[in-house]
Write a protein that binds this ligand. Structure first.
Ligand SMILES: *Cc1c(COP(=O)(O)O)cnc(C)c1O
Length: 410
């Protein structure tokens, strides 16, 4: 008799986007012909950079000839891509890493979800609230999150509220937590941590033997100098942090699939009796070699092209486009009196609902009165109540039209 992993039965349904779809469909039935503007999508919309397209076409041609054909590649990724990453993403920021500290993957979601496998199930963990759902759900699946209480919070998860009251800066815990997930620039709030703030986390982690999982998927959107692109810009971080990067939001790779994870050689965790420090890099390498057979050669050639001079220019053009959307939206919303956060170093705006209005009420107000679709903040965690997420990934005309409608109707 096969027994299921009962932790899966504890998973709350992922209703957020289906609840939104239901409400939108209801609106469409009662308002046929009304044009809606979707600013809720968390996916890019601009096509791939030309340089990536050319590189991927060429990679397909390589596959067509016996002399240049590639079968299984290294599980950790091809050297050509790892070298480009080290040279362009880290060396210019004063971070020196060795090739064996880089693991190419098929996107950051896989590794942020899988990384917990190399750690005991009974570590304690903490997340910022609101949060990208993968971090908590992947821990529920292995039993690490504990039990769910009446408010939908998990017994073994410490929630670090990020709201306007604390300027979206999570407070350093007053107790030891074994594993902490940080995502900066943040999805969903679009806010960041300065070097000074991030250093407090690294210092906390070093003092408490905490492991930080740092998700930097939106690194390419950073505009301000005091915002770190990598946690390894902070001294000591190689001893306490794993960093996740992705080409998805950087270069439109959400459908191509490629990203990477940094597991420094110095990074260790303890055995149960606490007398031995075990390096995590060989553990993750072993895990990947057993369960992962590498990212496609074609995707990796496409990713390499992002670092060519043309690739860099084309990536910048697309990110500038989204960030100009973000600026127009932020300024448009502020001009009509809304409190809006994020959107300066990230493609997300975190809009505060008028006092006393819940996330869902505000969502419906925007839908019914302005015909604009956002994402209710409470869907990302209890501290998201009273907020709504708008993304800057849409078309310029749509973003501008949405601002006009909000100005006239709300
Ligand atoms: C989009 C996103 C990712 C990237 O996911 P991929 O699997 O690389 O497409 C990672 N983390 C966060 C917070 C994201 O929003």
């Amino acid at each position: 008799m096969a027994l299921v992993n009962e932790h899966y039965l504890k998973l709350p349904g992922s209703y957020l986007f289906s609840d939104i779809a239901k409400k939108v469909n209801m609106f469409k039935v009662t308002h046929p012909g009304t044009e809606l503007i979707r600013l809720g999508i968390g996916d890019v919309t601009r096509p791939l950079p030309e340089a990536c397209i050319r590189a991927m076409h060429k990679a397909v041609d390589d596959m067509a000839q016996a002399e240049t054909f590639r079968g299984y590649g290294p599980e950790q990724g091809y050297d050509f891509l790892i070298e480009a990453i080290l040279k362009h993403d880290f060396a210019p920021r004063g971070v020196s890493l060795s090739p064996s500290e880089v693991f190419i993957n098929d996107g950051a979601k896989s590794d942020t979800g899988n990384i917990g496998e190399i750690l005991r199930w009974d570590n304690s963990m903490g997340v910022t609230d609101p949060v990208y759902p993968v971090y908590v759900d992947s821990n529920i699946m292995c039993g690490r999150a504990g039990q769910r209480d009446g408010n939908g919070m998990w017994s073994n998860v410490t929630y670090l509220p990020c709201t306007a009251e604390n300027d979206f800066i999570p407070r350093i815990p007053d107790k030891r937590i074994d594993i902490i997930y940080l995502c900066y620039p943040n999805n969903p709030t679009g806010t960041t941590l300065t070097k000074t703030e991030l250093k407090k986390w690294v210092d906390y982690a070093l003092a408490n033997d905490t492991l930080i999982f740092f998700d930097a998927a939106y690194e390419a959107y950073i505009r301000e100098d005091h915002v770190p692109h990598s946690i390894y810009e902070i001294k000591g971080a190689k001893r306490c942090a794993i960093e996740f990067r992705s080409f998805s939001k950087t270069a439109g790779f959400t459908g191509v699939r490629c990203g990477y994870t940094i597991v420094p050689k110095e990074l260790t965790a303890f055995t149960l009796n606490g007398d031995e420090r075990v390096p995590l890099n060989p553990l993750w390498n072993r895990r990947q070699c057993t369960k992962f057979n590498g990212t496609s050669y074609i995707s990796q050639r496409g990713a390499e092209a992002i670092y060519s001079p043309e690739g860099k220019q084309e990536v910048k053009t697309v990110i500038d486009y989204y960030m100009e959307n973000a600026r127009l939206m932020r300024e448009g919303l502020q001009a009509v009196g809304f409190k809006v956060y994020g959107g300066i170093n990230a493609p997300y705006l975190w809009l505060q609902a008028p006092a006393g209005t819940s996330s869902w009420r505000f969502f419906e107000q925007l839908l019914y009165e302005a015909h604009v679709i956002g994402t209710p903040g409470v869907g990302f965690g209890p501290s998201g109540e009273g907020y709504l997420r708008l993304t800057a990934f849409g078309k310029r005309e749509d973003c501008m039209e949405a601002m006009r409608r909000i100005k006239n109707k709300i």
